[in-house]
Write a protein that binds this ligand. Structure first.
Ligand SMILES: Nc1nc2c(c(=O)[nH]1)N[C@H]1C(S)=C(S)[C@@H](COP(=O)(O)OP(=O)(O)OC[C@H]3O[C@@H](n4cnc5c(=O)[nH]c(N)nc54)[C@H](O)[C@@H]3O)O[C@H]1N2
Ligand SMILES: Nc1nc2c(c(=O)[nH]1)N[C@H]1C(S)=C(S)[C@@H](COP(=O)(O)OP(=O)(O)OC[C@H]3O[C@@H](n4cnc5c(=O)[nH]c(N)nc54)[C@H](O)[C@@H]3O)O[C@H]1N2
Ligand SMILES: [Mo]
Length: 562
């Protein structure tokens, strides 16, 4: 709805706001630098609410933890919206001037009384009311979210439910008030900004816009087709259909990161041609026809990265890559040359200047300025001025011409996760991260860490007692797609019926053998956050045999791939 995709506020504003809602984000472990800014905000008097089924280490810093049932965020957000409307706390002027669809929203949230929502979400009515009033009354307020919101089959609706709250209260487009999706990998924001998304070229310029195609086409000497590409899920589906037969995979390990790993590996194996460009020989690389060893972008090559506050920063080469490995830019240019296009091996700065010439929102960011100003947030249209640190200020203009298009409310309906709980699969498993490890473990599990304890099935003491399992015991975890064996770890952060695992150690315990591929129709993201499972006790002999078989299976998979 807001065009360019990015968090609306700067980190500095988190330090100077009054209410912070962390919704489905465990930033204490996953965005520690951002969390540091957040804690400064708390020290400056901000109230912190955390909405997460687990009482995470982030939640431990909160004034109020709202421990909702997995997948009930829309029910909660709709109840917050209703309470704000009924208590007369919404920003009438902002709603009238800068939004559309208020009446539809009002009607859609009407059934969500505090009591109905408490029943559905498991969050006490008082806590919901407190969040609604604190957020609406605050002078400045921030909603930050991450995967607890977006890794669901209805991810886009979840996000819209949160946007509705900010539009109701006018907590967007002002200093200190905003909506902030915290980004995942180092430069995931920059990847999208550069056009590594199916529908936009660099600077979020729409491929269907003829002027945009003309501009890029003439700079590149090619004709750009007016059609959108595929996102990852559509690519995987196209592999099933046999319409996608070759893949060039750069810096991604889908064999272990995609939901329903068994299915993913079958698809990758079925390709006619798979090229993997990575800094490690990953499980995905083991399936490849060609492996291109790359230099690590953050220390072995030059360039820029863009963080969650849209700040473009320079990174510099500090080390030479190991023999045989080459800069990603180098590899891509060399492939182009062998395909008959000589790009003259540009430097990172040459490429950046091309970006600046084509993407107006990056135009003002010369390397010299990036260096001098310690990074610059987009948009940056001019060589000598900077824009405000926050987005969407136009919504507050009194002059309708300057205000432009209003921001639409979007009424959204609550829908439970696709993988339903029943007698055979009575427990809700959610998956996520720990501070000490990184994603599929490629970059983190090769090194010892005093913090890291390997994969475990985390569950609350009540469930452990009911199942008759104890800390350290090996159990089998079964979903509708697969089963794995893992040791139990007791965690008082988990309420009854909720279990947690990471996906950090797939070579030993492949949690994505369990997860479901149900995806959001717009974003294409899988519902990693909601799997229905059961836990089975094992005899000691069964457990040991099972674990050995599991390890061997992983090794065989690798050997087979080779
Ligand atoms: N240390 C470390 N840091 C990382 C990463 C890493 O692997 N390790 N990975 C990076 C990447 S790629 C990303 S995308 C980010 C992810 O950052 P986060 O999204 O913060 O990480 P997760 O642990 O996946 O999920 C966040 C929380 O969502 C909660 N959750 C689960 N289901 C629901 C739900 O239905 N509703 C709500 N409200 N919450 C729910 C979980 O309990 C969990 O605490 O982290 C980045 N940072
Ligand atoms: N169960 C479960 N599964 C999940 C998630 C979850 O919460 N639960 N989260 C999902 C999310 S949010 C994400 S982002 C994905 C992550 O999924 P992936 O991106 O597939 O996982 P990573 O382990 O981060 O793999 C990144 C790869 O990039 C390589 N790499 C790093 N730097 C460079 C470089 O400079 N150049 C090149 N060429 N390669 C490089 C690394 O060696 C590594 O192999 O996992 C998803 N899978
Ligand atoms: Mo991510």
């Amino acid at each position: 709805m807001f065009g360019a995709g990015g968090g609306t506020s700067s980190y500095q504003e988190i330090e100077e706001t009054d209410v912070i809602v962390m919704w489905g984000s465990n930033a204490r472990e996953t965005h520690p630098i951002f969390f540091h800014h957040l804690l400064k905000g708390v020290r400056n008097g901000a109230r912190l609410f955390v909405v997460d089924p687990r009482r995470t280490s982030s939640a431990k810093w909160a004034d109020r933890w709202l421990g909702l049932n997995v997948g009930t965020d829309i029910a909660l957000a709709n109840a917050v919206a209703r309470e704000i409307i009924h208590a007369g706390l919404y920003n009438e002027t902002f709603v009238r001037r800068a939004t559309t669809g208020f009446e539809e929203l009002k009607a859609a949230v009407e059934p969500w009384t505090l009591e109905v929502a408490a029943q559905e979400t498991g969050v006490p009515a008082d806590s919901i009311r407190e969040l609604a009033h604190a957020y609406a009354r605050a002078d400045r307020a921030q909603i930050c979210w991450t995967l607890g919101i977006t890794e669901h089959h209805n991810a886009t609706d979840n996000v819209r439910a949160l946007i509705n709250l900010s539009l109701l209260t006018g907590h967007v487009g002002r200093y200190g008030s905003g909506l902030n999706p915290l980004r995942g990998q180092n430069n995931v924001q920059g990847g999208g900004d550069m056009g590594a998304i199916p529908n936009r070229l660099a600077g979020f310029q729409d491929i269907l816009d003829p002027e945009v195609r003309q501009k890029f086409g003439s700079a590149w000497g090619v004709e750009i087709q007016p059609r959108y590409g595929k996102h990852l899920t559509q690519m995987l589906e196209a592999m099933d259909e046999g319409t996608l037969t070759s893949v060039y995979c750069i810096g991604e390990n889908p064999a272990q990161s995609e939901a329903d790993a068994g299915h993913t590996i079958k698809r990758l194996k079925g390709l006619d041609h798979l090229v993997v460009q990575d800094i490690f020989l990953t499980r995905t690389a083991e399936l490849a026809d060609v492996v291109l060893p790359a230099a690590a972008a953050w220390c072995e090559s030059d360039g820029t990265v863009t963080n969650s506050e849209r700040r473009v920063q320079r990174v510099r080469k500090a080390l030479d890559p190991p023999p045989g490995a080459r800069d990603d830019i180098d590899i891509i240019c060399e492939i182009a040359r062998r395909m008959g296009h000589d790009w003259n091996h540009p430097s990172a700065e040459d490429i950046w200047n091309e970006v600046r010439s084509l993407s107006p929102m990056h135009y003002g960011m010369t390397y010299e300025r990036l260096e001098r100003l310690h990074g610059i947030q987009w948009p940056c249209f001019s060589l000598d001025e900077l824009e405000p640190t926050y987005l969407h200020h136009r919504l507050w203009e009194a002059d309708p011409d300057k205000r432009g298009e209003p921001a639409p409310f979007k009424a959204v309906e609550h829908a439970l996760p696709v993988d339903v709980l029943d007698d055979d699969f009575p427990l809700r498993m959610t998956t996520g991260r720990r501070l000490d490890s990184y994603n599929t473990g490629v970059q983190s599990s090769g090194y010892d860490s005093p913090l890291r304890r390997g994969e475990t099935l985390d569950l609350g003491p009540e469930d452990a007692e009911q199942l008759g399992v104890t800390e350290g015991e090996l159990v089998r975890i079964v979903s509708r797609r697969g089963s794995i064996i893992a040791p139990v770890r007791l965690d008082t952060a988990l309420r009854r019926g909720l279990v947690f695992m990471t996906f950090h150690f797939p070579d030993e315990i492949d949690v994505n053998a369990l997860t479901i591929e149900a995806t959001d129709p717009i974003a294409g993201t899988s519902e990693y956050k909601a799997t229905a499972v059961r836990v089975e006790r094992l005899s000691r002999a069964e457990a040991e045999k099972g674990l050995i078989a599991q390890r061997k299976q992983a090794q065989d998979r690798a050997a087979l791939a080779r």
